[in-house]
Design a binder for this molecule. Sequence first.
Ligand SMILES: Nc1ncnc2c1ncn2[C@@H]1O[C@H](COP(=O)(O)OP(=O)(O)OP(=O)(O)O)[C@@H](O)[C@H]1O
Ligand SMILES: [Mg+2]
Length: 447
Amino acid sequence: MKETSPRQAPPEEVLRQALRALEAAAGPTVLLDAQGRVLALGAEARALLGEPLSSGQRFREGFACTEEELRTLLRSQREAIFALGSAQGRGKPRSLRVRATTLTEGNRSVGHAVHLAPCHVDPNTREELFHGLWTQDLRMRRLFRIIEKAARTEASVLVRGESGTGKELVANALHALSARARGPFRAINCAALSPSLLESELFGHVRGAFTGAVRDSPGHFRLAQGGTLFLDEVAELPLELQAKLLRVLETRTVIPVGGREPVSVDVRIVAATHRALRREVELGHFRADLMYRLRVVPIFLPALRERPGDILPLAERFLTELNARGGRQVLRLSARARRQLQEYAWPGNVRELRNVMEYAHVMGEGPALTEAELPPEFNEQARPVRLPLAPESASAAPAEPGDIGPEDIRRALEQTRGNRARAASLLGISRVTLWRRLREAEGAKGR
Ligand SMILES: Nc1ncnc2c1ncn2[C@@H]1O[C@H](COP(=O)(O)OP(=O)(O)OP(=O)(O)O)[C@@H](O)[C@H]1O
Ligand SMILES: [Mg+2]
């Protein structure tokens, strides 16, 4: 480290000790002056960053963030995810979870302590946030490019995917990126209404068309005039309404229930279903001509279990959002919680993942989110013999060392750049156990 002039306070030794104490409490830490320049890096921060920052440098030079993003981070004291700048040329771009505390003298800000934590993003792929859809999966990112192209046309798009995979977000993106963005976006769920109600909701009705029709109603087609109509769960549309819908799409006019005069409509259709429409056609449940009319551009959203690389980063993003609400601040996921999240089948996909993280965030306490805090379905599948931990002791309880394998230890050491104390705390085991495990692994290799 460079010599500082003798007049300058604080002396380096004091700073080093303060940083050591800070890191013991809060993990890898960088101290910044009030202008956002690096004052000092703790040993753990240095290890985590691979020394891409040195004192005197601006913090921002090490990260691919804008001045505005940095200001928000320092001002809000909320957690954010920053990509490490590749300008340093050290390895591949990675992401870190960052959070700042302001250091004050009286009521004047004299600088900031920035705490860093590894973010589990696969360094071999690039992440992307697209209209609320986050992914690091290459197939998903290819879909985003298709969505962008399709949005610029008037072609009907059919989105297929399991529950909670983001079909509605795709429909929103298609609208927002289209020339119709200033027009209305209307969504209607074809599974939620009885056939007669659905018909009048879609096409409208005239006064007196049926009991209770006390006045004219425009219906979704006319309400979406100049914009986009999202037909959710379109496979559930009854056959007689399929015929009417096809007529509307071909003539670009609707006839309201009980009415005679066709009214012209200018609407772009986006439809979604969790079913294979082709199969529905084979079964005689869906009209082939309507299927072809709707699926000019088919978009198939993969289930979460088919893109397992997205599970942990999404879990961390949801944790970041939950931390930002205040209250509990979760800084890490225990190794076993991570494994359980990764092995789970996620029938409810991303929506279920978000709900699971919210449940665990609310039910547990402390900075580490452990497997015992996950909803019951996780603990049932994982441990048939062992009794579940009592909820009060859950967050304080160390992980079962028996469940942590050499692969977990290798990854933890990689993440902490060989820092055994941090690796042990990341895994939720004691340093002694970590040390014993390492020795066992060595012994196994020697045999
Ligand atoms: N890739 C993603 N990144 C971030 N959040 C996502 C992603 N995919 C889905 N979500 C979240 O999951 C929720 C469900 O998404 P959406 O309503 O679009 O799913 P859906 O496919 O329409 O589900 P359903 O079939 O049950 O109606 C969204 O509110 C969003 O918070
Ligand atoms: Mg939906």
